[in-house]
Design a protein around this ligand. Structure first.
Ligand code: ZN
Ligand code: ZN
Length: 412
């Protein structure tokens, strides 16, 4: 990532840190790789991620190691390892960093990609679901994405009380329609039937549109949880579309799942962020039953969405002030003045290439400097420097001793 992109990256991270902190989330950093079973056990053997997309290798000690394909499994693993949710405590965490998946590279989907996400552990209440969704929605709004361009999809995946029966029903439905479904969906009947809702094949989509909806078969506890999440979202004024085909590709989800899609810029893969509840994940690692939920969003896809919506990334000038030298007899004063400006909190730049004064002005322009301080032997002999306004081209002489204050005053 070269500076143009890296700057946008840092902007995305700054906005996230500011927003997530306001909602009470704390940073967490997990390793880039873990024991393979952290992912296979948490995410699920039958998911695309674990079965096809992980970078797994053996280290010199013969251990199976995997580059992290997503953030949640590691965060939950570390929360359990360090007892963050012991005795019913709640942990609110956020992370950002590269993830790795072996997929066919396509627009906005690289094999090393950046994700940022939040996790709430220890919270079962539907207000937590609404909060997590509000943070995701608010993040894209804070970046400047118009809300009309976003679509929030919402669904409930049920829980252990109601999903197994529904799963069996979908498996039976798939077997009954196997002639009209792709081979992959046919196989899913045995491994992960709900993923058939995710299939991009138009024929499969048509068949699955006629499948029974989990929404209609939720148990009472799931139904009232789901209803409460919707009520809270309504109260926040966050619009959503209920989409029962939204199952997200991971085994660990229970109850609420959600995804934000954008209309333009990403082709068919138009999701920019999503997540859900995973009340059984901590138990999959041998921990106590601990409700949890979170979201993850991809930086690459977010940048594409911003670009498509015509939203710019603020780019601060690389230098507010440029200190130029007339010749090399004044180099020490130029270097000293630039340093004092930087120490005073001003972005200042100077020439390290013995350029002509004209080239230094051009460089100052390229860097976005509003003022150039010109240091020459004649002025310096009088204890002064020249302050040039790059907009008006106006020049004023100021005493070297107060040059920093003069620049601060000029910058306003
Ligand atoms: Zn299919
Ligand atoms: Zn249920």
């Amino acid at each position: 990532m070269l500076p143009d992109v890296a700057r946008a990256w840092e902007h995305l991270q700054r906005v996230a840190q500011e927003l997530f902190t306001r909602y009470g989330y704390e940073p967490v950093y997990t390793p880039l790789f873990e024991h393979t079973e952290v992912f296979s056990r948490g995410i699920g053997e039958a998911t695309d991620i674990v079965s096809k997309e992980m970078y797994t290798f053996e280290d010199k000690g013969g251990r199976s190691i995997t580059l992290r394909p997503e953030g949640t499994a590691s965060v939950v693993r570390s929360a359990l390892e360090h007892n963050l949710t012991a005795n019913g405590a709640q942990a609110k965490l956020y992370y950002a960093g590269p993830m790795f998946r072996y997929e066919r590279p396509q627009k906005g989907r690289m094999r090393q990609f950046w994700q940022i996400g939040i996790e709430v552990l220890g919270a079962a209440e539907p207000t937590a679901d609404a909060e997590v969704i509000a943070v995701l929605w608010g993040y894209f709004e804070a970046l400047g994405l118009p809300r009309e361009s976003m679509r929030l999809l919402l669904n409930s995946m049920g829980d252990d009380a109601c999903r197994p029966a529904y799963r069996d029903g979908i498996a039976a439905f798939i077997r009954a329609h196997s002639a009209d479904l792709c081979d992959e969906c046919d196989r899913r009947a045995a491994t992960n039937p709900l993923r058939a809702f995710d299939c991009k094949n138009p024929a499969c989509r048509e068949v699955m549109a006629g499948a029974p909806l989990l929404r209609d078969e939720l148990c009472e506890a799931c139904a009232s949880h789901y209803a409460a999440v919707k009520t809270h979202l309504d109260a926040l004024g966050i619009p959503y579309v209920e989409d029962s085909s939204l199952v997200r590709g991971l085994d660990y989800y229970t109850r609420t799942v959600f995804e934000i899609q954008v209309e333009a810029g990403l082709g068919s893969q138009n999701a920019i962020g999503g997540g859900g509840r995973y009340d059984r994940l901590m138990e999959a690692y041998g921990g106590p039953a601990t409700p949890g939920l979170g979201f993850a969003l991809g930086f690459e896809r977010t940048l594409l969405a911003l670009e498509a919506a015509g939203v710019g990334i603020p780019a601060p000038p690389r230098a507010e002030v440029y200190v130029a030298r007339v010749d090399d007899t004044v180099t020490a004063e130029v270097f000293g003045l630039a340093q004092r400006l930087r120490e005073a909190g001003i972005a200042a730049e100077l020439d390290h290439q013995a350029r002509s004064l004209k080239s230094q002005f051009k460089q100052a322009d390229r860097l976005g400097a509003r003022f150039v301080v010109i240091v020459g032997p004649d002025e310096l002999a009088a204890g002064e420097v020249t302050l040039r306004d790059m907009g008006t081209k106006e020049e004023t002489r100021v005493a070297l001793g107060i040059a920093v204050d003069a620049v601060i005053a000029a910058l306003g």
